[in-house]
Design a protein around this ligand. Sequence first.
Ligand code: KIV
Length: 296
Amino acid sequence: MSDHKVTVSTLAALRAREQKAVFITAYDYPTATFLDRAGVDMILVGDSAAMTMLGMPNTLGIGMDEMLVFVRAVCRGAKRAFVVGDLPFLSYQVSDEDAVRNAGAFIAAGCDAVKCEGGERVARRVRAMTDAGIPVMGHLGLTPQSLAQLGGYRVQGKTLDAVTRIVQDAQALEDAGAFAVLLEAIPAEAAALVRDRLNIFVYGIGAGPHVDGQLVISHDLLGAFVGDIRPRFVKRYAEVGRDIERAAREYAADVRAGRFPAPEHCYAIAPECEAEIRSARTTRALTSPSFAPTLP
Ligand code: KIV
């Protein structure tokens, strides 16, 4: 793996070698740094931050200001990975102007590309953004910003009609200049058909193996998501949430038992002052009233 910044050309080279791109979400500087050091190819600053980082029930409540905080932190940490900023709900749906301005803000903050949800119905916005020189990734299948229309977090593209619609939407995105499409929660065969029909990159999250790369939400991978949603497509590689709880319990027990701080955690006073300070403490202990809260 080279240390060079991942670009669209790097992604094309991966695809030409039939090597899958490794794609993970991140929302903060340390996670982006660790993922980058691990050699991840792409990082998505997802609007899933609403749920993973802010404890919201879905992705609809996060806006550009909050996303920009996460985007800037990730861009500081990701020196090599290709960073995609996820346009939040209502940041691109209303007008071409909004779409270009908000996508432009992500690029100015350091993203390599932006992502937006929807197919034919957002193709016009995708064209406006790509005409402004901004690389755009589409997002089809389970699109969480349309949760109310989809009736919940459900697998999409299970029937021929549904797959045909996804293919048409993907083609509309390609025609509008998108450089990639992300497919979420659709059957592997449906994703394979989309990939066969497109010339642009097709990435998947819960879309099986026949795509150009695999995305996972870092909190799912690491066992750090607080909530009940645990999609079938997630494979867990760590139990960070459990480790945080365990560490905090052990720390609390040490503090309460006086085991922390131990001598090795304390700073030494300058040796020539030690005796004087000790004696000042003893004098104070003898002359000042003992500390106790005064009750009314
Ligand atoms: O916000 C996000 O993390 C996403 C993925 C679920 C695809 O859009």
